[in-house]
Design a protein around this ligand. Structure first.
Ligand code: AMP
Ligand code: GLY
Length: 426
């Protein structure tokens, strides 16, 4: 069976890599893919844009490809699943109505409130003046969120009232028509990605992302600088609670709205100091870079799970099987990211990193006359699996040290919360 994966990041490289480990999968096409998927055995890049639904649909038809897996939120929120619905292909990823759970913060908030899903208190505003007046009344810290897809740039955690008012003014200036002003929560963040066929929910291993550019979680927000899985803060008891109080009621609320949601329901959670899980955001897709740390630990064939979701038969699947141990992924980024950065820098050392047992998932890379060069802010995801977190971490960092491109940057403290919480169990 051949599969088409939509997207070009590290997440899509990891999805293609994992799919190709199944005997049943004879080939993967990536739209448009990256420098890593271009050279991976069994994988081929297609020079199509992720929003070229017509081009994608023609390719699927001509080549008789039965399964499409959509990585990024953009094509989902533009309705790729709806577009391909009449083609007799299985699409893993929600339709446009379902993708609102990520594309519209106000819609998601309303859904959560209607289903009694724990989430911080928030108010929605269509005008800067009223939003600012509300912030002045509430005080800081407070969180300002744009109501729309903003590629990770739409959330401002304001420490002071002036910071919050500047953020509100700037979001309206950028053209967002609504902003959400949300209660600030403290605690530990964790990502729980669950597979769903619209009825049954099966969570994957919990993971922890590292969103800030600087060590010790300082500096600007990024798309994610590293991740590890499983995150031991989510004990089996807490995971049951997350299923019971968050995932299942959310899927039921989607059903009540007539939405048939088949894909990943990603809950970005804050575990408060009292141990209560609350939803900061939902995403309608796999997380990046969480996926790069989760999938290497998966034992169940990935396409089997995707097909079960597409066919509405997830409840019939045996429990998802996982390898023992931990995985970590460290992101190597371009100098200057998340601000302006240069592209086209020559990359070397990937094979040496792999010789140390690391798996290198590409993100912003491309092949230019047979030379691998940087082509994005987040360039590579150096991943390693080990019998415990320390072993995985050592392997990943030994690997990333071998990789070279001018100005390469990576955080040296991925998993620091695990270390400081003394969670380093074997
Ligand atoms: P989001 O895109 O909604 O996940 O927000 C990006 C980041 O902002 C999150 O990963 C958190 O670190 C932070 N954040 C979002 N909402 C809140 C909140 N209500 N309280 C504290 N931090 C938040
Ligand atoms: N890792 C954060 C995200 O995928 O949105």
């Amino acid at each position: 069976m051949k599969v088409l994966v939509v997207g070009s990041g590290g997440r899509e490289h990891a999805l293609a890599w994992k799919l190709l480990q199944s005997k049943r999968i004879t080939g993967v096409y990536c739209v448009p893919g990256n420098g890593g998927t271009a050279v991976m055995k069994g994988c081929k890049n297609l020079p199509l844009r992720v929003d070229d639904f017509e081009g994608i649909s023609r390719f699927l038809e001509v080549h008789g490809i039965p399964l499409v897996v959509v990585g990024p939120e953009l094509p989902l929120s533009m309705g790729i699943a709806d577009y391909l619905k009449d083609l007799n292909v299985m699409v893993f990823g929600p339709n446009k109505a379902g993708a609102q759970i990520e594309a519209s913060k106000s819609w998601a908030k309303e859904l959560m409130l209607s289903a009694n899903v724990p989430t911080p208190k928030a108010e929605m505003f269509a005008e800067a003046e009223t939003a600012i007046a509300y912030v002045e009344k509430q005080g800081a810290p407070i969180v300002i969120k744009a109501d729309g897809l903003a590629a990770g740039k739409g959330v401002i955690v304001a420490q002071t009232v002036p910071e919050a008012t500047t953020a509100i003014a700037s979001l309206f200036q950028k053209g967002f028509s609504k902003v959400l002003v949300e209660e600030y929560l403290t605690g530990q963040e964790v990502s729980v990605l669950a597979l769903t066929d619209g009825k049954t929910v099966r969570p994957l291993l919990p993971a922890q992302d590292h969103k800030r550019i600087g060590e010790g979680d300082t500096g600007e927000n990024t798309g994610g600088m590293g991740a590890y899985a499983p995150a031991p803060i989510v004990t089996p008891e807490l995971m049951s609670r997350i299923e019971r109080e968050i995932l299942q009621p959310t899927v039921e609320a989607l059903v009540q709205r007539g939405i048939d949601y088949r894909g990943v329901l990603y809950a970005g959670l804050m575990i408060t100091p009292e141990g209560t899980p609350k939803v900061l955001e939902f995403n309608c897709r796999f997380g990046d870079p969480e996926t790069q740390a989760i999938l290497p630990l998966l034992d169940t064939p990935l396409e089997q799970l995707f097909i079960a979701c597409c066919e509405g038969k997830l409840a019939e699947q045996p429990p998802i099987a996982w390898k023992q141990g931990s995985a970590i992924t460290v992101v190597a980024s371009s100098p200057g990211y998340p601000g302006k950065y240069q592209k086209g820098l020559a990359i070397a050392g990937i094979e040496q990193a792999e010789n140390f047992g690391a798996i290198v998932f590409h993100a912003g890379t491309k092949l230019k006359q047979q030379q691998l060069v940087t082509d994005g802010g987040r360039v590579l995801n150096v991943t390693a699996v080990g019998e415990n977190f320390s072993v995985a971490k050592t392997k990943a960092y030994q690997g990333i040290e071998k990789i070279q491109f001018e100005g390469i940057y990576y955080r040296r403290d991925i998993g620091h919360r695990l270390v400081s919480a003394n969670f380093l169990a074997s």
